[in-house]
Design a binder for this molecule. Structure first.
Ligand SMILES: NC(=O)c1ccc[n+]([C@@H]2O[C@H](COP(=O)([O-])OP(=O)(O)OC[C@H]3O[C@@H](n4cnc5c(N)ncnc54)[C@H](O)[C@@H]3O)[C@@H](O)[C@H]2O)c1
Length: 255
């Protein structure tokens, strides 16, 4: 059952063919928002949008690399052309590359920074320009990670990008407030997605054990927090990072 009503609201979301992004797109659309769904994998984007439409949501796709300035511009233009306006931008696309600091390659670094930071930064800029021109406020959401708060071996570059996003959230929360635009991050801990479960067969058992609530988060848990931050109820919440990790980061036990 939908908790919020997002009728007459429109959203763009990156990296939403699967995982956390898909679930946010799905919950937004089933709460009444018109959603433009992006993924670098065009087949996955089409499949995700079709699944959302079959469940009764309004969802179109704009496939492409979310770090491309051209794709970002097309996303905002398409949302405005098809839906008439833009209210929400969710910079969800992010890649996780594990690697020892001593061996980390420049090409890995450039790609990680390009997707996690450049894509997020310029989606926010394009969306904020559109929202400011509409004059009715808006919501921008970034997807961070507890890895941006706690140090993890072999995740230096990834953690650095997520910590940077959290500083961006605070800066934009202040800079865009006069336009009525709130800017926040959702900060997941270990979350069960096809990717995390594929990478580590024991993922759920390990994180159920390490998480104070006894349960690893699901994409639905992360999406519930995202929808709150996008809702009118969160009008006074800006420049913040909402951690959703079942209490893991209160003590941060190592896996
Ligand atoms: N799953 C977790 O445990 C976890 C924890 C903390 C933070 N996060 C963050 O949440 C976000 C989503 O994570 P997830 O686990 O759902 O990811 P995922 O890997 O399951 O899905 C990511 C989707 O993004 C797409 N994508 C990748 N690069 C892209 C690009 N350049 N342009 C457009 N689409 C692209 C992929 O094709 C995929 O469909 C990421 O920013 C990630 O860093 C995830």
């Amino acid at each position: 059952m939908a908790v919020y009503s997002f009728h007459n609201k429109t959203a763009v979301i990156t990296g939403a063919g699967t995982g956390i992004g898909y679930e946010i797109a799905r919950q937004l659309a089933l709460s009444g928002a018109s959603v433009l769904l992006n993924d670098i994998d065009a087949g996955l984007a089409a499949q995700a949008a079709e699944s959302i439409r079959l469940q009764g949501g309004n969802c179109l796709t704009l496939p492409g690399d979310s770090s491309s300035l051209d794709v970002i511009s097309q996303m905002v233009k398409t949302a405005v052309r098809e839906f008439g306006r833009l209210d929400f931008a969710v910079a969800n696309a992010g890649i996780t590359t594990f690697g020892s600091f001593l061996d980390y390659a420049p090409e890995q670094f450039r790609r990680l920074v390009s997707v996690n930071l450049q894509g997020s930064f310029f989606l926010a800029q394009a969306a904020a320009r559109q929202m400011a021109s509409q004059g009715a406020g808006g919501r921008i959401l970034f997807m961070s990670s507890v890895t941006g708060h706690q140090a993890h071996p072999n995740l230096a570059a990834y953690g650095m990008t997520k910590a940077a996003l959290e500083m961006l959230v605070r800066s934009l929360g202040v800079e865009l407030a006069p336009h009525g635009i709130t800017v926040n991050a959702v900060t997941p801990g270990a979350t069960l997605t096809e990717r995390t479960m594929r990478l580590e067969p024991d993922y759920q058992a390990t994180w159920d054990r390490l998480t104070p609530t006894g349960a690893t988060s699901t994409p639905a848990d992360i999406a519930h927090a995202a929808l709150f931050l996008l809702s009118d109820n969160a009008r006074q919440v800006t420049g913040q990072s909402l951690v959703v990790d079942g209490g893991w980061s209160a003590a941060s036990p190592a896996p």
